[in-house]
Design a binder for this molecule. Structure first.
Ligand SMILES: C[S@@+](CC[C@H](N)C(=O)[O-])C[C@H]1O[C@@H](n2cnc3c(N)ncnc32)[C@H](O)[C@@H]1O
Length: 239
């Protein structure tokens, strides 16, 4: 069967800029969760989530291969990717309703998040804050147990045509190596197809001793994204 437009996934991986408030909602996080210890956001894209964590008094590092780019080149790519998001959502107004300007009604909040991100990203280049690290899953340049929490949104499960099952398992194990708890959202691709290999993947993680559960969430971006995976590493026995 030939898929209809609305059943087609978005294609090449985009750099998106989900606002911090959306992160709190779709990862089911409270502000207290963000202050338990250092937070890793991977992939960070152009989200202002890590800026929010730091504004609250927490510590956060964002990882994304796109951070290899100079801010001006990053901004250029972001403009092109936002145009793709605008065009893609415009053919799916049943899922992404338009606002007063005729574009998807959430785009202005993404643009605002991207502006906050870009200001912080430029500052990082000037002051070497270390807040933005260019790296690629499944290999992260951090020691074991560096972070209390890792958030991973809209890469794993979202692009099953780009990454195979082995990659997914390696990436989740790597996130669990560096963080005590990992939250991944959503569990479906951009065309709402549930990730087909979730059962064997979770089985393998359970066999590693990982505590696995799924949280029902409401996503401000897309009502179809209804679940978040929560993975917790087993506690290390004392002594
Ligand atoms: C759709 S964005 C998600 C960004 C952010 N989490 C959000 O929700 O707005 C996907 C990001 O994954 C990054 N990416 C692509 N391949 C990656 C990899 N192997 N490891 C980590 N990030 C990757 C891309 O550069 C892009 O910024």
């Amino acid at each position: 069967m030939i898929p209809t437009t609305s059943a087609m996934p978005i294609g090449a991986i985009i750099v998106s800029a989900r606002p911090a408030d959306d992160y709190l909602a779709h990862f089911a996080l409270t502000e207290a969760d963000l202050l338990r210890g250092p937070v890793l956001d991977c992939p960070g894209g152009a989200s202002d989530f890590a800026v929010r964590v730091r504004a609250l008094g927490g510590r956060a590092v964002s990882v994304d291969p796109a951070y290899a780019a100079h801010p001006e080149h990053f901004a250029e790519r972001l403009r092109a990717d936002f145009e793709r998001v605008r065009a893609w959502t415009a053919t799916r107004f049943d899922r992404f309703p338009p606002g007063p300007d005729g574009r998807w009604h959430r785009l202005p909040s993404w643009e605002h998040a991207a502006e906050t991100f870009m200001a912080d990203y430029r500052r990082d280049r000037d002051e070497a804050t270390g807040h933005y690290v260019s790296a690629l899953l499944p290999t992260l340049p951090f020691a074991d147990h560096t972070f209390a929490l890792a958030t991973s949104g809209f890469l794993l499960f979202t692009y099953p045509d780009h990454f195979d099952q082995a990659f997914h398992l390696e990436a989740l194990r790597e996130l669990l190596r560096v963080a005590d708890e990992v939250r991944v959202h959503p569990l479906n691709d951009s065309a709402r197809n549930p990730y087909p290999h979730i059962a064997p993947l979770l089985e393998a993680l359970r066999a590693d001793g990982v505590h696995v559960d799924t949280l029902a969430v409401e996503s401000p971006t897309d009502r179809s994204d209804t679940h978040t995976l929560r993975l917790r590493r087993p506690a290390i026995p004392a002594g």
